[in-house]
Design a protein around this ligand. Sequence first.
Ligand SMILES: NC(=O)c1ccc[n+]([C@@H]2O[C@H](COP(=O)([O-])OP(=O)(O)OC[C@H]3O[C@@H](n4cnc5c(N)ncnc54)[C@H](OP(=O)(O)O)[C@@H]3O)[C@@H](O)[C@H]2O)c1
Length: 253
Amino acid sequence: MKVLITGATGQLGLALLKQLKNTDYQVKITSRRKPQNINQFEWVYSDFSTGEGLKDAITDIDVIIHAATSPMKDSKNVDVIGFGKFLDMNLQIKHFIYPSIVGIEDIPMNYYKYKYQAEELLINSSVPHTIIRATQFHSFIENSLLSKPLFKKYFVPGDFKFQTVDTSEFAAHLIQLIGDVPKGKINDFGGPEILTLREMAELKIKVNNESNKVANLSFPGKLYRAFLKGKNTNEQQKLGKITFEEYLRNKGK
Ligand SMILES: NC(=O)c1ccc[n+]([C@@H]2O[C@H](COP(=O)([O-])OP(=O)(O)OC[C@H]3O[C@@H](n4cnc5c(N)ncnc54)[C@H](OP(=O)(O)O)[C@@H]3O)[C@@H](O)[C@H]2O)c1
């Protein structure tokens, strides 16, 4: 079985590669930058915004885990337009595994709107697929919302709820799907606990012995209310085991 991992240099892509090293799958990987220390895998340059390299990437492939995405810039081009063209090239594939995000239809953010459009493209295509949504990754919250205190304070919407999950556990779940039949849209994969962003910031301060404090932000609008209500969480799908605190304590070990 030959598997293609797109987005091989991303948070999820790297977690997938780490675990695929220990499997018998033949693995090809693709991204624009070349990941380090991946000599056992065949790497192909590709760009979803131009289509360059994608034909080479999919040659002889049975299963794709599509971890390429562009959350910040060029989202529409990469995650919808480029993605749609990529699907058209993949009509012969046995299984297209698509990681998505919990709550995207209820949270008014452009990136989530594009992820939802991509899900719809896949559902309405003839490509055999599995769509699996995850909650936000621990590393995403740490590296974005809690990355840089300002004047010794984390200015965050402290009442936002998150059910973050470890990328390694989500990667393992996706890898299990490789040998399975395409299942359409399946149950979400959520982290083990729902915390407010204030609680997450306080955990980071405690674990890293920081002298920073948390300053609460609020703003009007639907986006604020969606995260306040935890639309990005799924209480029924607490499948991950590694908590945010454990993730912070075990980093770099
Ligand atoms: N982050 C989260 O909290 C989270 C939660 C749930 C689900 N997900 C989903 O999990 C998947 C992976 O997310 P992630 O957080 O691992 O993303 P990420 O860290 O931002 O990585 C994105 C990957 O896409 C590649 N990429 C970006 N633009 C590209 C382009 N134009 N052409 C080809 N490759 C391109 C990047 O590689 P190069 O720059 O080297 O090309 C990188 O390898 C996404 O579908 C995301 O929606 C993420």
